[in-house]
Design a protein around this ligand. Structure first.
Ligand code: GAL
Ligand code: CA
Length: 351
């Protein structure tokens, strides 16, 4: 692909040279955009401080290097961090496109902004891969060169619910602390409006009610996927509900770890059963030490591999369905896996 930096006619040749030099320094991308530059991928992250996203981003870097040595194709990643700000992310997307990146990968801050990003990419004829934060279907369908790589929110919620259901069936006496036959729970929710927060909240509980378990929600609140916000919520809940919560569902591991922090800080004795989602390294450690009951593995490595494979295929003008498993022509879905004490060692030591 041969993409050109747009000419700035109003600048003198000297200023233009200056500008080009600055761009070169800023981007490391190189002003010249010949094929020998190899594949240049712009990766726009919604927030690099998010534990799962930072781990996915590290996988992208590692797998890009591996793919480079396997294929002999030079691959350069440019990674930007929007810190949760959609306006900043738009600027970062514009910069990637101006610099002539060959493929754009976007972890969109605000999914309602996806159409604008899609139109920008299409205008420059740059294939676009959304990941982890799923735009609505109409936005994916705006152009045939748009893809989504992620995992099914419904599957993660249902698996989390099933882990609790198994515990309830196996060890009801211990779990049903007040012996009323009803499962009293609290729910730590991720970002409002995020597909994973909405759907995990619904489907985790649904797995129990579908199986005929009566449940009672004591309290719920959002904690934006964040460990310290999770700790804050739990410390507010401990006084009024602490001894009644039988299960704490958390839409992700970081918020569950926050709740654990809050209980440890207060030296709280009556711990509920706690379940998370993601299978991050600190969560697996918390399982190994018996603080977190279980989690559901969100396969960051599989998602990163799919993104790199897809980007390479698109760059080389190959049919992507030969490399990745496409659903409806534009979606790559990676499976979730439940993590319990029985299979924990496979996740602690994956390779
Ligand atoms: C979810 C993940 C969360 C958070 C979020 C960001 O899939 O479980 O921990 O990383 O994505 O979009
Ligand atoms: Ca009960």
């Amino acid at each position: 692909m041969n993409r050109k930096i747009k000419s700035c006619c109003s600048l003198s040749p000297r200023n233009l040279l200056c500008l080009l030099l600055c761009l070169l320094l800023l981007t490391g991308c190189g002003g010249g955009t010949t094929d020998s530059d190899g594949l240049r991928i712009g990766v726009a992250l919604y927030a690099q401080e998010d534990t799962f996203i930072s781990s996915l981003s590290q996988c992208l870097e590692r797998l890009a290097q591996e793919a480079e040595s396997e294929t002999g194709e030079k691959i350069t990643l440019f990674i930007s961090d929007a810190r949760g700000n959609q306006t900043s992310q738009m600027d970062q997307v514009d910069r990637f496109l101006n610099r002539g990146c060959d493929v754009l990968c976007v972890n969109i801050v605000d999914r309602t902004a996806a159409a604008v990003v899609a139109d920008k990419a299409q205008a420059e004829n740059v294939p676009l891969i959304f990941f982890n934060r799923q735009p609505v279907e109409e936005d994916i369908q705006r152009w045939s060169q748009i893809y989504y790589v992620g995992a099914s929110a419904q599957e993660s919620g249902a698996l989390q619910g099933r882990l609790v259901l198994e515990a309830w069936e196996k060890d009801r006496e211990r779990l049903d602390r007040n012996g009323d036959g009803i499962l009293q729970y609290a729910m730590l929710e991720g970002e409002p409006g995020h597909q994973d927060a909405l759907i995990r909240t619904e489907y985790s509980v649904k797995a129990l009610t579908d199986a005929g378990v009566e449940v009672e929600k004591l309290v719920n609140d959002t904690a934006n996927w964040n460990r310290s916000l999770g700790a804050g919520r739990m410390s507010q809940w401990l006084e009024p509900y602490g001894d009644q919560i039988e299960v704490l569902f958390s839409n992700n591991d970081d918020m569950a770890l926050g709740a654990i922090d809050a209980m440890r800080e207060r030296d709280w004795q009556d711990w509920p059963l706690i379940v998370g989602i993601d299978g991050t390294a600190p969560a697996l450690e918390a399982m190994a030490s018996g603080q977190l009951y279980a989690t559901v593995k969100n396969d960051e490595k599989g998602q990163a591999q799919a993104i790199i494979d897809l980007a390479l295929a698109l760059y080389n003008g190959e049919d992507p369905s030969q490399t990745v498993d496409l659903t409806d022509g534009q979606y790559v879905w990676l499976p979730y896996r439940p993590v319990t004490q029985d299979n924990l060692s496979q996740f602690l030591d994956p390779d």
